[in-house]
Design a protein around this ligand. Sequence first.
Ligand SMILES: [Zn+2]
Length: 115
Amino acid sequence: MPLVQPVPALGIPSAPPSLGFQGKVMATGVNHPAENPILHGEKDGINKYVQKYGNRAWKDMILYTTGKLCSMCISTLIWAGVGGAGYTSPIDGIRKAGIEQIGLPARQVVEASPF
Ligand SMILES: [Zn+2]
């Protein structure tokens, strides 16, 4: 799975987490920390995509989000077979904003995946 920095010229917003296909936003998600601590915006967006379009066309989708993906969310994208992921802020930028992150880089998770 390629990890890319989102390009504003694609017309896909970087926040909230959005699944896009050829410049069109297919689904978006938001964090739900009070309801479910593991329901990050990326996973919420995937759930909403499945509700709207079914379990299909994952390799054509690119997920764009503000912060670099946490290890849980990048693993989720790999399991779903999403075609790529883009982000705006690196993990260090998120930490500097006072939000704790697990120190397992998304690229390391991608490289550890056999698929
Ligand atoms: Zn996450």
